[in-house]
Design a protein around this ligand. Structure first.
Ligand code: ADP
Ligand code: MG
Ligand code: MG
Length: 251
């Protein structure tokens, strides 16, 4: 379970406070959608959860299964089961996707005090996961994300998620600029990974993705705090009416 309590976070470089007293609880098995206008702090929230160093927590706490993650570095958080899917997937020239997956998996195992995977075991896992995503195996030999189409990048991302078996998946605006096919890849991937032990934070500006990933809860983030929470109907309300009345209500 993820519990965020009175979180305040600022940009390390200039001290601007972006997250301003945010409270949020996401239970195991829950898919929580975070919506909100541009500039609300949605991406910042995902980075702070993942432990990016460009942000400083000044107050409050992020508890993961009752333990604060604030003293953990990003690798330790990943080892504890936190996965962040990037809004803008990194292109890694010169590193074959397969090699990248091996590095990511073994880094996680190392942080957990486990032995690196043997090559045949690694190949088996990757092939199984890629097969279930109807991924072209040739893609695994290409450098990660370099020249990948939008849909291929999403497939690669879901593949990483599947292999790392995270307990908390944070997906940030994965629908931005996605065509309907890529959107379906993400939604099908997420839906297949839904389980009672796994929580999702699906961060999105648009309702569109939530037609395919039906969330259990919907939270509106505005000016660094959650100003309203509800069920899937809240997302539909926002789609029809925009954010103005929810923001007005909270003001
Ligand atoms: P959202 O994802 O909801 O659109 P963001 O978290 O990206 O919002 O940004 C919230 C605000 O913080 C914006 O005004 C943005 O410009 C600012 N911001 C976030 N990160 C940085 C940073 N590293 N440097 C400067 N400004 C930032
Ligand atoms: Mg934005
Ligand atoms: Mg964003």
């Amino acid at each position: 379970m993820l519990e965020i309590k009175n979180l305040h976070a600022r940009i390390a470089e200039d001290g601007t406070e972006i997250i301003r007293g945010l409270d949020l609880t996401v239970k195991d098995g829950e898919v929580a959608a975070i919506m909100g206008p541009n500039g609300s702090g949605k991406s910042t929230l995902s980075y702070v959860i993942a432990g990016r160093e460009d942000y400083e927590v000044t107050e409050g706490d992020i508890l993961w299964n009752g333990e604060s993650v604030l003293e953990m570095d990003p690798a330790e958080r990943a080892a504890a089961g936190v996965f962040l899917a990037f809004q803008y997937p990194m292109e890694i020239p010169g590193v074959a996707t397969m090699e990248f997956l091996k590095t990511a998996l073994n880094a996680q195992r190392k942080a957990r005090g486990e032995e690196p995977l043997k090559i045949p075991d690694l190949m088996k896992r990757v092939k199984e996961a890629a097969g279930s995503l109807e991924m072209d195996m040739a893609m695994l030999k290409r450098p990660l994300n370099v020249g990948f189409s939008g849909g291929e990048k999403k497939r690669a991302e879901i593949l990483q998620m599947k292999l790392l078996e995270p307990k908390l998946c944070v997906l940030d605006e994965t629908d931005s600029g996605l065509d309907i096919d890529a959107l379906k890849i993400v939604a099908d991937g997420v839906n297949a990974l839904r389980s009672p032990e796994r929580a999702f934070l699906v961060i999105t500006h648009y309702q569109r993705l939530l037609d395919h990933i039906v969330p259990d809860t919907v939270h509106v983030l505005y000016k660094g705090r959650i100003i309203k929470s509800g069920g899937p109907d809240l997302a539909l309300h926002l789609e029809e009416n925009g954010y103005a009345d929810v923001i007005g209500e909270a003001a």
